[in-house]
Write a protein that binds this ligand. Structure first.
Ligand SMILES: Cc1cc2nc3c(=O)[nH]c(=O)nc-3n(C[C@H](O)[C@H](O)[C@H](O)COP(=O)(O)OP(=O)(O)OC[C@H]3O[C@@H](n4cnc5c(N)ncnc54)[C@H](O)[C@@H]3O)c2cc1C
Length: 522
């Protein structure tokens, strides 16, 4: 919200980020979001890069998923404690002028047509806070969700989970996660920036007080010798549930993160999904508050994010059940399927793209669309409206410097990419100059134009730059991700494609912009 210049205030009843980190794994799509927020370098400083996931069954090795094969700018998982993620994000938020009030608890709120009035308690002091919109990112026990009367249906898992963060000279490589799906039960060994996180699942509740004894016993059976585990920095137990809020919005109040969806930590999706909720929602709230677009913009948050959360919950549930299954026959079938997945490139790459959230799309959203002459048969080239925009290397026509497309599109506005065909026709040049003028006049603050020339276009055929920067496809990366025809690609501030059409549909595109990012009352 601060990137969009909106005044906002976070209230948190904790007086500091928790020193214990629940979430750990940051996936490839989240790293792109962090890149857009300009926090990725700080996050990388306090993270460990994980390149693969290895899974073992009763009879040894089952599969390895190689994260570096992902087609993405950051093809890894970063192991980064949630407390560090929070600290980095809060620093950035404050740098942008955001206000954070700690030790402040939301007691209740009321909303009407004009705004929201929240009652906040700080110590013995209770104050009223007026705001236009309220987002409940207040976790699984969300008071915001409760007060809205929104159902949170789902199930509790029977298993009990134990967690230990320890220093340990493990006999395994610490550039990957290790999962042991054996008869004795599930054990995960996840590298931390320093040390390891061990998680095990059991049917019986652990005896208290918690100790490392169960981990030592389990690791001894895996390794054939007792591990020399250091003092635990954190020992904890937790149970797991799967729940989805019936709605993510009621009028001026929204739900995001665990307040809207909660699931098993296997697959490391919870925090990543919550961050993606916030990235989807923030530009819509900002546009609404600036008077751009219409009610459809706010409606689209639930329309886009709830199906994503529902699908994610289903996937994580399947993964959790498969990891925890006890019956020998089912375990054998599971292990055969995992072996098959590991040996088939197309299956493992699909699994990886899903887990890394690069596959998340909003194709069914009413907010995204095609132009009337869009060329999208079943063998279409390039992303469809609602898809995440792929990255590609580009070369500046003016300076010859190389840049990544994502890096050029960081500013939180809509970006229109005008892709010229290899031999740009007269009409394409006219559209380029006309769009450059119209966008400059009517959408200077909200839509930026970037022109991409094909790799093979002769220098003399590349239009003159004028006020619009022109980039040339470098090594054909853009054409391989987007196809090679002249097209208009409109990217939203959250990196998803809003609109796709041939260059000849420029008038229709302007109509779309008027509806979605035009001043609501003009
Ligand atoms: C063991 C474990 C491991 C996990 N590992 C991963 C992982 O690797 N990757 C991943 O993506 N996810 C993981 N998760 C899930 C992840 O931890 C959660 O999805 C994530 O913390 C949710 O963030 P949130 O901000 O929505 O909620 P929370 O982290 O619960 O934060 C809610 C905030 O709201 C504040 N709050 C609550 N009520 C009020 C109130 N009334 N007034 C003011 N403030 C209030 C709280 O103080 C807190 O700061 C894991 C979970 C567990 C249990």
């Amino acid at each position: 919200m601060r990137r969009h210049g909106i005044d906002c205030c976070i209230i948190d009843r904790l007086d500091a980020p928790s020193p214990y980190s629940r979430a750990l794994g940051l996936h490839a799509r989240t790293l792109e979001i962090f890149d857009a927020l300009e926090v990725l370098p700080s996050i990388r400083k306090v993270s460990r890069r994980l390149k693969a996931v290895s899974v073992y069954g009763d009879k040894g090795f089952l599969l390895e998923l190689d994260l570096t094969t992902l087609k993405a700018p950051y093809p890894w998982v970063l192991s980064c404690p949630q407390s560090e993620v929070e600290t980095v994000l809060i620093d950035r938020y404050r740098m942008l002028g955001g206000e954070l009030i700690r030790s402040a608890e939301l007691l209740d709120f009321r909303q009407d047509g004009r705004g929201v009035e929240a009652r906040i308690r700080q110590g013995s002091d209770v104050q009223k806070l007026q705001c236009e919109l309220l987002v409940g990112a207040d976790g699984v026990g969300s008071i915001v969700r409760e007060q809205l009367g929104i159902g949170f249906n789902g199930v509790d898992y029977k298993e009990h989970f134990l967690l230990a963060d320890v220093l340990w000279e493990a006999p395994w490589s610490n550039d990957r996660s290790h999962g042991f799906l054996q008869e004795e039960g599930l054990l995960l060994a996840l590298p931390l920036p320093q040390g390891w996180r061990l998680i095990m699942a059991r049917r019986e509740p652990p005896t208290l007080p918690l100790s490392l004894a169960l981990f030592t016993e389990r690791l001894t059976s895996i390794l054939g010798e007792a591990p020399n585990l250091g003092e635990p920095r954190w020992l904890s137990q937790f149970s797991v549930q799967r729940r989805l809020a019936q709605h993510f919005r009621r009028n001026r109040v929204f739900l995001a993160g665990d307040a809207a969806h909660v699931q098993s930590p296997l697959g490391a999706q919870g925090m990543n999904t919550g961050l993606a909720d916030a990235f989807n929602l923030s530009w819509k709230l900002a546009f609404y508050l600036k008077g751009f677009g219409q009610g459809a913009l706010l409606d689209s948050y639930e329309q886009e994010r709830r199906p994503v959360a529902e699908k994610m919950l289903y996937g994580v549930d399947m993964l959790s059940r498969a990891s925890l299954v006890k019956l020998p026959m089912l375990r054998r079938s599971r292990d055969s399927l995992l072996k098959l997945a590991g040996s088939r490139r197309n299956i493992s790459s699909r699994l990886l793209r899903t887990a890394s959230q690069l596959n998340v799309h909003y194709r069914n959203s009413p907010l995204v669309t095609y132009g009337p002459e869009a060329d999208v048969g079943w063998r279409h080239q390039g992303p469809l409206p609602g898809d995440r925009l792929p990255d590609a290397a580009l070369k500046s026509v003016r300076t010859g410097h190389l840049h990544q497309l994502h890096g050029l599109l960081r500013k939180p506005v809509h970006h229109l990419l005008l892709q010229l065909s290899e031999s740009p026709e007269h009409n394409e040049r006219l559209v380029m100059y006309a769009l450059s003028e119209r966008l400059g006049q009517e959408y200077r603050e909200s839509v930026h134009l970037t022109v991409i020339a094909a790799r093979a276009t002769a220098d003399d055929d590349v239009p003159r730059e004028g006020t619009t920067r022109i980039w040339r496809d470098h090594e054909g990366e853009f054409a391989s991700a987007f196809g090679d025809k002249g097209r208009l690609w409109l990217m939203r501030p959250d990196g998803h494609l809003a609109y796709r059409a041939p260059v000849s549909n420029a008038d229709d595109l302007l109509g779309y912009l008027r509806r979605v990012v035009g001043k609501a009352n003009s």
